[in-house]
Design a protein around this ligand. Sequence first.
Ligand code: UT7
Length: 324
Amino acid sequence: MTLRSVVIGCGYYLPSRVVTNAELALRVDTSDEWIVQRTGIHERRVAADGELTSDLAIHAARAALAHAKVDASTIDLIVVATSTADQTFPATAVTVQAGLGITGGAAFDLQAVCSGFVYGLTTVDALLRAGTFKRALLIGAETFSRLLDWTDRTTCVLFGDGAGAVVVEAQELSGTREDRGVLTSHLRSDGRHRSKLYVDGGPSSTQTVGHLRMEGREVFKHAVANCTDVVEAAFAATGYSAKDVDWFVPHQANRRIIEGSAHKLGIDPAKVVITVDRHGNTSAASIPLALCDAVADRRIKRGDLVLLEAMGGGFTWGAVMLRW
Ligand code: UT7
């Protein structure tokens, strides 16, 4: 017998305001045709004035708790993966903790940009399997709209706001690859690329929040190769291959990157979950939002082999394979 980290529920929240490509074309020199052709994005959500990352996270967390049919008081660990914290400190996770009425356990933020959910799930998995905590809330929540330079057409059309959450609990299982829960995780980073996707502000450097800057073409060049690297590590660790994967749930940055990665890995396009068309790139929220989408419409079912993969600023990248 061994401890496994099993996802027992998931939930999401999207701000109500939809921003279409047509609306962006009124602000910057772009077009619906360019955005759809280059990225697959049709629309994204943008948080209302005064609506904070923690607000999005709390809504998503409540939905995940309801889906898991567990009470907030049973949660002893909260991890919020975000690059758009409410404040420099305290962690957004403690605001979520207070908002949910939880007074015990631990809560902290984790910052790995678009790889945040994969890094978060790996961290939560390690803490649950070590026996340190029993039941965790992992939330990817972002308000990237607040980091965008709305005059820069090369970035402002790409991102959106949202939050997705999962409840993960430690369960004693057989220790085979047929178990439910996280089966393997592979994380990487390479700081030599940190200037290709970054925010030009921060408390220690400029004492401002700053704006997102990206060399899109450079990031694009690395994305498929990095994805393949960690997914192949996950296949090697488990003995599974592309044909065994029931659902591939990648970070949602660009439809061309997603389809290129699936093709290179030999994953059937019918098994790929895509939400970038409706959400844009929501950074750490994109994987849990896509997961929730496929769970809600019953594509992902109990026992399915699910492969998560992300790449983002840093560069950071990673993959997690789990049985739902
Ligand atoms: O989540 C973290 C990871 N992030 C990513 O994975 C993003 C990775 N990068 C990408 O998805 C793509 O590189 C972009 C979608 C950002 C850009 O697509 P691209 O096919 O690489 O286009 P490009 O950057 O090579 O730009 C092509 C042209 C340029 O014009 P010139 O220099 O050829 O005259 C751009 O100025 O398209 C122009 N352009 C635009 N035109 C209309 C750039 N942005 C826009 C725009 N509307 N919004």
